[in-house]
Design a protein around this ligand. Structure first.
Ligand SMILES: [Mg+2]
Length: 144
């Protein structure tokens, strides 16, 4: 099985043209990256990259986030909602010449060593903690 880092990847500017399908093999059908690739091609084939905008897709992302909120509130399955949000994020990432993997790597390197505290179930990073929060909670932890 050929893994993502072993593939010969095209220059980033070719990705937005959908050229990366040439670099995938059938064995990767179950691979997350291959699913991302399929979704990206789905957007390209429907002119949702060139024919749409970040603004329009952002509105769609928040629409899907609203559906997620509704299902969280009702205790229902959230998989379709999270998936729909990923589909829209793939659209926005593609238009901006980057991949979900790159975006996640950037975010991960930003948060992985972050220090802060849990306040009412929300992680507050150290630099955002007010004096009041820092005196009320000793729950130092890592998180996003
Ligand atoms: Mg949906």
């Amino acid at each position: 099985m050929i893994n993502w880092p072993d593939l010969m990847l095209p220059p980033i500017n070719l990705w937005s043209l959908g050229a990366d399908h040439l670099y995938y093999k059938r064995e990767n059908m179950e691979d997350f990256n291959y699913q991302v690739h399929q979704v990206k091609n789905w957007h390209i084939e429907r002119n949702l990259i060139e024919g749409s905008t970040d603004q329009a897709q952002y509105v769609k992302l928040i629409e899907e986030a609203g559906e997620l909120a509704g299902n969280i509130a009702r205790g229902k399955d959230v998989r379709d909602d999270i998936g729909d949000m990923l589909v829209v994020l793939i659209n926005i990432a593609t238009r901006n010449g980057c991949t979900l993997q790159e975006c996640l790597s950037v975010a991960w390197s930003d948060i992985k060593d972050r220090k802060g505290k849990m306040v009412d179930g929300v992680f507050i990073k150290q630099e955002d903690l007010s004096h009041e929060h820092s005196t009320h909670s000793d729950n130092t932890n890592n998180g996003s």
